[in-house]
Ligand binder design. Structure first.
Ligand SMILES: Nc1ncnc2c1ncn2[C@@H]1O[C@H](COP(=O)(O)OP(=O)(O)OP(=O)(O)O)[C@@H](O)[C@H]1O
Ligand SMILES: [Mg+2]
Length: 365
């Protein structure tokens, strides 16, 4: 049993509260069935070079139990560094404990990622045109060309600090968005001159990307997109676990569930958007084949990965676009739409992949 330990690298929100504890509980329960002991810890729990205080879930008392132990040799990194300090802490941990096997690697920020992905001819066509913010004048030129743009912090998550600007008439623009605390900003209608003044107060910098916006507004004014989850299975191969739709709340320009978005079945949302069954099938196939292409390409750039969440947009013509790729995706979207089997798979696959990895490591010992 001792050799079948899976370390889950997490992060404290505040002093003691762990992010994603309910996911880790579920992971522990499924792990038990597969003979894998899940042990959660953060870099703060490291005692020495050889000892760490990990948490294991005890189903009889329904409590997490902490104990001092050696490092699990396989690590599932679930740290989502919202603050730069967390990122540095994680980086230092990985550097110090480079001997451990990590199921995945950190990817790059939104701008770097865009640059990397444009290297691939077969992926490039799926990317909205993206530039790094330089000046308000250049942003205006970009806006006039694309009519709809998104401005996003390159290190942002969860829809924080994202702006959407649309040209609605020759000299009339609509600015909407969320601040860095994710609060929805009051929509602002403005002429070019007024918009430029407003933009100058927003303290944009080269830490932002400016991106062609995809028209994703539904009839009732809400925006939507899709979340696809692709994971490695128990044979170390990629498989698409599932894909679900997300609809943002009223007045929101993002669809993220953490920003109040709701989950809906893929089929339902596609049927709402497109009448032709053939077209829907073509779109679904394209999303799938693209997901494999992207996952394989990213591994050539970053090394072995375990799972990826892709934010996918489908425009009114049925073209598929990649908005973002997340190396530490959540899976609650499947739970929310009642797809129990898909959710179950989404939880067990990292465990099965970890078991496969343990076997691989043994072979090379
Ligand atoms: N170019 C775009 N066109 C249309 N909608 C977009 C575009 N970019 C982003 N959005 C909307 O905003 C949402 C959030 O954008 P994105 O995923 O890039 O950043 P994030 O959510 O802050 O990052 P993370 O998913 O890592 O938390 C998307 O899910 C989508 O609803
Ligand atoms: Mg996203």
């Amino acid at each position: 049993m001792a050799s079948r330990r899976l370390g889950v690298l997490a992060i404290y929100l505040g002093k003691t509260k762990l992010e994603e504890l309910s996911y880790f509980r579920r992971l522990s329960q499924e792990g038990r069935k597969l003979g894998v002991q899940v042990e959660v810890f953060t870099p703060d729990d490291v005692e020495s070079d050889i000892a760490v205080r990990t948490l294991t879930y005890d189903p009889s008392s329904q409590k997490w139990v902490r104990r001092l132990t050696s490092f699990p040799s396989i690590i599932y990194d679930r740290c989502r560094y919202q603050a730069a300090a967390n990122y540095q802490m994680l980086k230092a941990f990985r550097k110090k404990h480079a001997r451990l096997t990590y199921l995945s690697k950190p990817l790059a920020n939104k701008w770097k990622m865009h640059q990397i992905l444009t290297e691939s001819e077969s992926i490039r066509d799926y990317l909205p045109v993206t530039i790094r913010y330089s000046t308000t004048q250049e942003l205006m030129r970009f806006l006039k060309k694309h009519k709809l743009i998104y401005v996003k912090p390159k290190n942002g998550t969860g829809g924080r600090g994202i702006l959407r600007i649309e040209q609605i008439e020759t000299d009339l623009y609509l600015l909407q968005g969320r601040n860095q605390y994710r609060k929805i900003l009051a929509p602002y209608r403005a002429t070019e001159k007024q918009l430029m003044i407003k933009l100058n107060t927003l303290k944009l910098s080269p830490d932002y990307v400016v991106q062609q916006g995809i028209q994703l507004t539904l009839q009732d004014g809400r925006v939507h997109d899709y979340r696809l989850l692709i994971q490695k299975n128990g044979s170390g191969e990629w498989e698409v676990t599932g894909c679900a739709g997300r609809i943002g709340p009223q007045r929101s320009i993002t669809s993220n569930l953490h920003g109040g978005g709701s989950a809906v079945a893929l089929e339902k949302l596609l049927t709402y958007r497109f009448t032709s069954k053939v077209k829907i099938d073509v779109i679904k196939k394209e999303m799938n084949s693209f997901a494999f292409k992207l996952a394989n390409f990213l591994e050539t750039k970053f090394g072995k990965l375990c799972e990826l969440g892709m934010d996918i947009a489908v425009d009114p013509k049925g073209n598929v676009w990649l908005l973002e790729v997340n190396p530490k995706p959540s899976r609650e979207v499947f739970h929310k739409i009642g797809q129990k089997a898909t959710y179950q798979k989404a939880v067990t696959r990292p465990l099965e992949y970890a078991l496969w990895m343990m076997k691989e490591n043994k072979k090379s010992d």
